[in-house]
Design a protein around this ligand. Structure first.
Ligand SMILES: [Zn+2]
Length: 505
């Protein structure tokens, strides 16, 4: 028994050495979690020493060399673009393991969309797989509903002699009535003074003094609604296009914007560049504008391209009321649209206040209202208004494009107005209809203003911000259903376009 026990191999106990216990070979070491023991010779015996305390480094046992980052030409591609955010190159793809995104052109802008093989059928020999239905989002627990600022008693009463019922028969007096209603509404409200900064390119021929009074007039017009607490403009002709790019990014950053997936720096640059025509990368002429306020937390911000081609400077004092400068308040109106959503939580698929606005109203209203408020606010006389107005209402369809509205009968126009679903009307397959907002949408909104004033049209958005559908908002603001309203508008616009048709492109 004893002998047997003496033959026990020594290393068995080596797993947990104890100071003074026998060990098998001098120099062996063994460790516990706190001590390191060494097998030493003590007299004739081999025993574990007292051990030394192991001091562990705080975190890592040995510092690992930091791997040198391999220089990459492209940024890390782990985060996909946000749907609806601007992109640069039409047709570019961005792939994630589960989703392919495509840079799509829509109404003159390039935006990321989820790519689906359905809209553009490519030689499909195999049946297209049915897309997996998106699971219905679980309803979020009800919070206190958002209450918009609406300084009106709803539904509104007609401001003057024109009503939904008689408007078609009074179609010729709609433009003047709309302009007068707006002047009346401005006069009826106190000024709203906000900080305004206008940055004008060094070679761009216009002045801030030509812009600011009209901006103040529009703030006064909409007194009582949510409005951007500050307003900023970056103004450039083709000579200053590069300057415009840098200044736009700078202003946006100064206002607290940080580049994001939804709006990368490229997105802002794209917005500036798409206001100009280029030849070999150099801007030849600039025009139009972009309202960037929708991407900011709440401030108002627009970039303005100033036409200066062929020696014609569109924004000089002499040309102030010729028409192009109404862009000042057209873009401001977009900022007013977005402002109604300040403080409203985004729904899935929404990343900016501009997305929120676009999802709340049909596409014809987006540009229609920007013209129908922007132009009469900017033009100080009825004559100036009527001159600038007709060119827009009758604006020709862009060359090389087709639109779904070709039948300008009452029924045809009504079908167009009700056919634009807010959630899908910027769909690529229908995007060429977006341009009709500047003409037909303008005429429709102008008629609404001739009946109930400009504030009522902003109330449509404010009701949308409260979570109402377009139909519900229309009913709340005008006291008639949207179906009824669209029927009236079809009759009104048919009467107007019978006299002043859309120009041939
Ligand atoms: Zn616009």
């Amino acid at each position: 028994m004893l002998a047997t026990s003496l033959l026990l191999p020594a290393h068995v106990s080596a797993a947990t050495p104890v100071a003074g216990a026998a060990c098998s070979k001098a120099g062996l070491t063994s460790s516990t979690s706190t001590k390191k023991f060494t097998c030493i010779k003590s007299g004739k015996k081999l025993v574990w020493d007292k051990g030394t305390t192991i001091v562990k480094p705080a975190v890592a046992q040995s510092p690992k060399p930091t791997p040198t980052p391999t220089p990459t030409a492209t940024p890390p591609v782990s985060t996909p673009p946000e749907v609806g955010s601007p992109c640069i190159e039409i047709g570019a793809f961005f792939d994630t393991p589960n989703t392919r995104y495509v840079c799509n052109q829509e109404s003159g802008k390039n935006v990321w969309r989820v790519w689906s093989p359905n809209p553009t059928p490519t030689q499909s020999s195999t049946p297209t797989p049915t897309p997996t239905p998106t699971p219905t989002p679980t309803p979020t627990p009800t919070k206190a509903p958002f209450k918009a600022l609406i300084p009106l008693t709803l539904p509104v009463a007609p401001m003057g002699p024109i009503t939904f019922a008689n408007a078609a028969s009074m179609a010729s007096s709609i433009p003047a009535q709309a302009w007068q209603n707006i002047q009346k509404e401005i006069a009826a409200h106190a000024p709203v003074t906000v900080p305004i900064t206008i940055d004008i390119g060094p070679n761009t021929k216009t002045t801030a003094e030509q812009m600011i009074p009209s901006i103040n007039r529009e703030y006064q017009l909409l007194n009582g609604f949510a409005v951007p607490p500050t307003y900023h403009g970056v103004v450039f002709s083709a000579f200053d296009e590069k300057w415009g790019e840098e200044q736009a990014v700078k202003v946006a950053r100064d206002l607290g914007w940080t580049p994001s997936n939804a709006v990368p720096v490229d997105g802002i640059l794209f917005n500036v560049r798409n206001q100009c025509g280029f030849n070999n990368g150099v801007a030849e002429d600039c025009y139009g504008g972009n309202s960037l306020g929708g991407i900011l937390a709440k401030d108002g911000f627009s970039t303005y391209g100033v036409q200066s081609g062929g020696g014609f400077d569109a924004w000089t004092i002499q040309n102030q009321y010729a028409g192009p400068m109404t862009q000042v308040t057209h873009e401001l109106t977009h900022n007013m649209q977005f402002a109604q959503f300040t403080g409203v939580a985004m729904k899935p698929g929404e990343f900016t206040r501009s997305d929120q606005f676009h999802h709340s109203s049909p596409c014809w209203f987006h540009e229609g209202q920007a013209n129908a408020i922007g132009i009469p606010v900017f033009q100080p006389t009825l004559n100036d208004y009527l001159n600038a107005r007709d060119g827009n209402i009758q604006r020709a369809i862009n060359p090389g494009t087709t639109v779904s509205l070709t039948d300008f009968s009452a029924a045809g126009i009504t079908a167009f107005l009700v056919g634009q679903d807010p959630l899908t009307c910027s769909n690529p397959s229908k995007n060429q209809d977006y341009q009709l907002g500047y003409s037909v949408g303008y005429a429709a909104t102008e008629a609404l203003i001739a009946i109930g004033g400009a504030q009522a049209t902003i109330a449509l958005i404010a009701k949308g911000a409260e979570g109402n559908t377009w139909d519900q908002a229309f009913q709340a603001v005008y006291g008639i259903s949207w179906a009824e309203g669209a029927n009236y508008l079809g009759q009104i616009l048919a009467a107007e376009y019978a006299v002043k048709p859309i120009k041939k492109s």
